[in-house]
Design a protein around this ligand. Structure first.
Ligand code: AP5
Length: 215
């Protein structure tokens, strides 16, 4: 199965992706995670991406498309993958369509997660991530048992540098202008499964699985 998780920053794409990879045994391809790792490692990709990410802007399409081209060639992508945070622009979606067509394949579904904007700001401001295993927490909704420590692996939790209110507002504006048009793009291809993203993550996951059961 080849799946796209689409939604604004904070919609819960990463949270749902982590549950989906367990159920379907497929890799999660998060362009955000790949870019953050590249920044941390100081690679040319990371150096090129950092300024854009710090400002809440999108990294140029060519960098992202090249990254995806390489990633989906990997052995673990043979049975499919779950894109989280990609594609982000119509140009990226068109490049993905061409790439998949050249490999004689196509997407199976696009899960579009909707959450009101005020809730997105609350979620992103309170998000914490484990440095070690990547587990996600929220300081109010899903806090760890011991402050600052991951329940799953004991790693320390950190706050993403782009999760401050000014950058969050900028990311939401970029989403509205550049990413939201993808809903219409994929609706034309009859791929969209629209899921309300408010409520318990487990309940949302059940709705996602239900929507995917016929794909
Ligand atoms: P990226 O890392 O992709 O960030 P994003 O799209 O802004 O999405 P987030 O990771 O912030 O949110 P999410 O939807 O995954 O929510 P999560 O599950 O964590 O991108 C970062 C940057 O990289 C971009 O700004 C750009 O510069 C660059 N970039 C990345 N991809 C790119 C691309 N393709 N092209 C160009 N540039 C690119 O949940 C958020 C919080 O809410 C967590 O605390 C979680 O615990 C909580 N939560 C989740 N679900 C629920 C729920 N149901 N109820 C209550 N709380 C919940």
């Amino acid at each position: 199965m080849k799946l796209v998780l689409l939604g604004p920053p904070g919609a819960g794409k990463g949270t749902q992706a982590k549950m989906l990879i367990e159920k379907y045994q497929l890799p999660q391809i998060s362009t955000g995670d790949i870019l953050r790792q590249a920044v941390k490692d100081g690679t040319p990709l990371g150096k090129g991406a950092k300024t854009y990410m710090d400002q809440g802007k999108l990294v140029p399409d060519d960098l992202i498309v090249n990254l995806i081209k390489e990633r989906i060639k990997a052995e673990d992508c043979k049975a499919g993958y779950i894109f989280d945070g990609f594609p982000r622009t119509v140009a990226q979606a068109e490049a993905l369509d061409s790439l998949l067509a050249s490999l004689a394949t196509q997407l199976d579904a696009v899960v579009s997660i909707n959450v009101p904007e005020d809730e997105l700001v609350k979620r992103l401001s309170g998000r914490r991530t484990c440095k070690n295993c990547g587990a996600l927490y929220h300081m109010l909704y899903t806090p760890p048992v011991k402050e600052g420590i991951c329940d799953k692996c004991g790693g320390s939790l950190f706050q993403r540098s782009d999760d401050n209110e000014a950058t969050i507002r900028q990311r939401l504006s970029v989403y509205r202008e550049q990413t939201a048009p993808l809903i219409a793009y994929y609706t034309k291809q009859a791929l969209v499964k629209a899921i309300p993203g408010t409520g318990d993550p487990e309940e949302i996951f059940a709705k996602v699985c239900q929507a995917l059961s016929n794909t």
